[in-house]
Each structure stands twice: as structure tokens, then as C-alpha cells.
Write a protein that binds this ligand. Sequence first.
Ligand SMILES: Cc1cc2nc3c(=O)[nH]c(=O)nc-3n(C[C@H](O)[C@H](O)[C@H](O)COP(=O)(O)O)c2cc1C
Length: 192
Amino acid sequence: MDQIVDEVWARLHAGASAGKEHSPFTMLQVATIALDGAPAVRTVVLRRASREQRSVMFHTDVRSTKVAELRRDPRISLVGCDLDGGIQIRLDGVARIVETPPETRAVWSSSRPRTLIVYRTPLAPATPVASPVEAHAATHAGDPDSSAGFENFCLIDVTVSRIDYLDLNPTGHRRASLVFEEGKWRGTWLAP
Ligand SMILES: Cc1cc2nc3c(=O)[nH]c(=O)nc-3n(C[C@H](O)[C@H](O)[C@H](O)COP(=O)(O)O)c2cc1C
């Protein structure tokens, strides 16, 4: 079971470190509880995975719907899948919205400028527009200043408390539940 814990964090770390190459766990789907109580899910780029801090982190816009949802209920689930390897990793935890410098400033400064353009638009995500072009124009009217849009940038830092690992290997499917209790990961095999 310790090997499964190692494998999960190694895969998440590879996803977060892949840069332009991407790896199966670079993109994760993130579920929150919408303001009306319905499930809400979307794709994000995994930016950091830390086994020591049992955390995963992604970037987002403080004005986005998901941030409003997490302010109301910080419970969060993430899922990623290696289609070729037949591996699914699900994570449950609690999200912290990190919106204060210097934590955000350090990450902003070390991010590729291309990934930061989206934060420069004066239009909050999900603002109705007459046509897509209206939103493009607003984004590209950006200030060349490298801090432009910084006020809209935040990090979502998730402390993971439960992992569900599924391996659909043709020689035998395996599913494990890992729960963080009393300072360590405790694993249980489950029927897939
Ligand atoms: C490949 C891909 C990667 C994405 N990465 C992110 C991301 O890292 N952060 C983010 O906030 N949105 C990202 N998005 C957009 C989200 O999926 C979502 O549409 C947006 O954040 C608005 O979500 P919300 O209305 O639920 O807040 C990505 C979308 C795609 C297709």
C-alpha cells in the first residue's frame, strides 16, 4: 500500500512538472458545490503537487464562479486519468483560496507570461458578452505592464485528506482507498 501512496504522488508531481510537454495528470477535473447545491465541474492545470504538504495547487481568477463556491464551501474533489495506463486518481480535500501577496506574487512572477494573459481582462469570467470577439478585445487590450491583472490572480491550495486510486490493468484491476489519519496515509483495498 505504501507503494500506491508513492505512485499517486509521483504521478501528480509529474503532472505538475510537465511544463509544455503535459503528462496524464497535468489537467485535472475539479468539482465544487455550486451556490444552488448542485455539483459543478471544470478542467484546470495542476501547478504543484507536494507529498510532504499533501497538497495540490492550481491557479484561477478570484472573480470566477468556482472561487465564490469555495468561499461558501471549501470542500473540493479532483480527478485525473491516465488513459493509456488505465489509472484514475481521485482526490478529496479542503481548498484554501490564496489571494494575498507575497504568496501570490512569488507564483505570478515565476509563471510564463502567456499563462497570465487571461487575468488581464476587465471582464470577470462568465460575464455575458455580445460575441466572443468582445472578450478577446478586452483581453488583448492588455497593459504591457507585467503586473497587469495581478489583482485577479489567486491560487487554490488543496489539502488532500482522501485518495481513491483505480488501476484497470488487464492482468487484474486494483482499487485502493487512502485516508490521511493520525499523521499517515492508511490504505484499504476496495473491490473496483
Ligand atoms: C485545458 C484547459 C485548462 C484549463 N485550466 C484552467 C486553470 O488552470 N484554471 C482555471 O481557473 N481555469 C482553467 N480552465 C478553464 C476552466 O475549465 C473553466 O472553464 C473556468 O475556470 C471557469 O470555471 P468556473 O466558472 O467554474 O469558475 C481550463 C480549461 C481548459 C479547457
